[in-house]
Ligand binder design. Structure first.
Ligand code: PEP
Ligand code: MN
Length: 365
């Protein structure tokens, strides 16, 4: 009499053989699925399925009943079909399913993302003059800020308002960044300016109004320069992530997303900071995410709470506008903070420490 143990050992080895045969079958089914996709026919073929079940029940000599054999094989057919349908799905480069690890984007030696300390991007809305840039660069660099922002090409709602200094502005930004060991972030609006941006900037910002400018996305994607992709004014998270997909598809993996508030019915704020979008962008994609607290609230008195909210939900950094004399700024003069307010901001958000610590030392996660 065989013992239960010896019979179980035989079952174990049969299980492995079955698995081997099932896997071999699944691979063949996948190959058939690929051919079907190529010629555009459906994966499910009821006539073929009925034929296979007929052949199987005719060959069945027990102990399973025909119904049981049918049900077992139907499960196998279904599992194969699932595989075929899965491989039809586009593998998005931005997706965590394609790329599990957090992406870290480097601006020179400054890392953004994953376990690195949250960055702070500070600087004026617009680059206005050599004196302004000198003052702001010196001031923020002394406080440990490594990333300077400043717009040279400005997307203004009103065509009669200040449009930016153009390439001259980019040169001013580069000059002060080199002097104070800062990395320079500036918004590109037109693919025709790409060469100048590649020469003068360290990171190209694609603004909210250009998030779906696909020609620009493709051109910037081909450039491989780090990109800061703002969320469009009324863009869904999916549209935002798809815009990032364009950049990755073109070969640029150095993409940082930036939530900057979306348009809602609310009037107390300029936009509504969508904090869940920050968490979702980090769950769905592997890209770092920043929060722009200046444009999302549009209010100085919200800068600190929005910064805390952004960091608490997992943002990899914050963007804030600072200007030597906001009252006379040529754009966003109500929202930019002066130097004194910026110092208070650093103090109250704990950013002066965050700029020198590791993320887990700051948050414990
Ligand atoms: C900016 O950062 O200066 C800007 C114009 O931002 P947004 O595109 O988010 O409005
Ligand atoms: Mn601005």
């Amino acid at each position: 009499m065989p013992t239960i143990q010896t019979l179980r050992t035989q079952i174990d080895s049969l299980n492995l053989r079955l698995l081997e045969v099932l896997s071999e079958r699944a691979k063949l089914a996948e190959e058939i699925g690929e051919l079907q996709t190529q010629i555009g026919t459906a994966h499910y073929d009821p006539v073929r399925e009925a034929e296979m079940l007929d052949t199987l029940t005719q060959a069945n000599s027990g102990p399973f009943t025909d119904a049981t054999v049918k049900s077992l094989f139907k499960s196998i057919f279904q599992a194969s079909m699932q595989l075929e349908n899965e491989s039809d799905k586009v593998k998005y480069l931005t997706s965590r399913q394609t790329h599990r690890e957090d992406t870290v984007v480097y601006l020179g030696d400054v890392p953004i993302g994953s376990t690195h300390s949250p960055v702070l991007v500070a600087g004026p809305c617009s680059i206005e003059s050599k004196e302004q840039m000198e003052a702001v660069a010196k001031f923020v660099a002394e406080r440990g800020v490594k990333l300077l922002r400043g717009g040279a090409f400005k997307p203004r709602t009103d065509p009669y308002s200040f449009q930016g200094l153009g390439v001259e502005g980019l040169k001013l930004g580069r000059e002060v960044c080199d002097r104070y060991d800062l990395k320079f972030i500036s918004e590109i609006m037109d693919a025709a300016d790409l060469d100048a941006f590649v020469e003068y900037a360290d990171m190209l910002q694609i603004g909210a109004r250009n998030m779906q400018n696909f020609t620009l996305l493709k051109a910037v994607g081909r450039s491989k320069k780090p990109v800061l992709l703002k969320r469009g004014l009324s863009a869904t998270i999916e549209e935002w992530v798809m815009a990032a997909e364009y950049l990755l598809y073109e070969g640029n993996e150095n993409v940082v997303l930036c939530e900057r508030g979306i348009r809602t019915y609310e009037k107390y704020t300029r936009n509504t900071l969508d904090v869940s979008a920050v968490a979702l962008a980090k769950l769905e994609t592997h890209l770092p995410v920043l929060v722009d607290v200046t444009h999302s609230g549009g209010r100085q008195d919200l800068l600190i709470p929005l910064t805390k909210a952004g960091l608490a939900i997992g943002a990899d950094g914050i963007m804030i506008e600072v200007h030597p004399n906001p009252a006379v700024a040529l754009s966003d003069n109500k929202q930019q903070v002066d130097f004194e307010t910026f110092d208070k901001y650093l103090e109250e958000t704990g950013y002066h420490k965050k700029l020198s610590q590791k993320r887990h030392e700051v948050y414990g996660f």
